[in-house]
Design a protein around this ligand. Structure first.
Ligand SMILES: [Zn+2]
Length: 295
């Protein structure tokens, strides 16, 4: 004998199944600022901000097409495209795609950007396998996977990327990821030249092991040598305009509040760069000492 509820349950069941199937995509708790759009703006010369309120993306425009730094989350390409178009540039003119680091919050949108624009993807050695495997070969296995993306050119430390007379230099600042990349370029404001630094990443995620212990190797061999070299390299960079992969690195939102009164000069912040660098290095040294003390 069938009870009447059975009929209802059998009708509702496919709906429930559908609902559960959708949950994995909606369960990620991203900070709201990662996906909240921000009106795009010019930073200096031919350099523009086209990211969200925290996930930074940069457009460098040239007469031969444009270079984009960071494709961000899998859901970000439409936001980045809208920002580029709001500035009056063409999405299809995106000729080169670069990346700050091979983590999903900066690189998950790369496959889609490349599919739509056919941009050449240039990635620092150390991050190449992670980008090509969608995070499967990342030393930090606690992070989200993402759509794998093809790589057209493998970059090495100090390599330059050139398009239409603009040059961007790649600095390998590894540790956060094995090919974490800080980009530098020069912009022109009238007759003045500005040194721009776009920091790739300088923090440690929670699962990172700096120190090897019996049965528990370091996150990767040479991780502390990489961090040491990174802080040294960053300290040696001339910096007028301080930027980074996350808006939080360089106080994007509070600086943006001042733009109306102070103009583009708010982005010139060499002291802020030195201060942030010193803070991040101190955090790293403290964590290293803490892990060494456990041994
Ligand atoms: Zn990261």
């Amino acid at each position: 004998m069938k009870r009447p509820e059975h009929g209802i349950i059998s009708k509702v069941k496919p709906l429930l199944a559908l609902l559960f199937a959708l949950i994995p995509q909606t369960i990620h708790a991203f900070p709201a600022d990662w996906t909240t759009p921000l009106a795009p703006f010019r930073i200096s010369g031919n350099l523009y901000y086209v990211g969200s309120r925290d996930l930074a993306a940069y457009l460098i425009t040239t007469p031969q097409g444009n270079m984009l730094i960071n494709a961000n989350l899998e859901s970000s390409p439409p936001q980045i495209r809208r920002s580029i178009e709001q500035l009056g540039f063409k999405w299809a003119d995106t000729k080169i795609l670069l990346s700050s680091q091979a983590h999903y919050d900066h690189a998950a949108g790369a496959a889609e950007v490349i599919r739509q624009t056919h941009a050449k993807h240039m990635v620092m050695e150390g991050d190449v396998d992670v980008i090509k495997s969608g995070g499967a070969t990342d030393y930090d296995q606690t992070l989200d996977r993402f759509p794998p993306a093809p790589v057209d050119r493998v970059l090495r430390d100090q390599d330059t990327v050139e398009l239409g007379g603009s040059v961007i230099k790649a600095h390998k600042t590894a540790g956060h990821t094995r090919g974490c990349t800080t980009w530098t370029l020069e912009t022109r404001d009238g007759n003045r030249r500005r040194n721009v630094v776009i920091v790739g990443g300088w923090g440690l995620n929670p699962a990172v092991r700096l120190v090897a212990r019996p049965g528990k190797p370091a996150s990767y061999p040479g991780i502390t040598a990489d961090f040491d070299r990174t802080f040294k390299s960053l300290a040696a960079l001339p910096c007028d305009i301080f930027l980074g992969a996350h808006g939080l690195y360089f106080d994007l939102l509070s600086k943006l509040d001042r733009v109306a009164r102070e103009g583009e000069a708010v982005w010139i912040d060499p002291a802020g760069y030195r201060r942030a660098l010193a803070e991040k290095e101190a955090i790293y040294r403290k964590e290293l000492a803490r892990q060494e003390a456990i041994q």
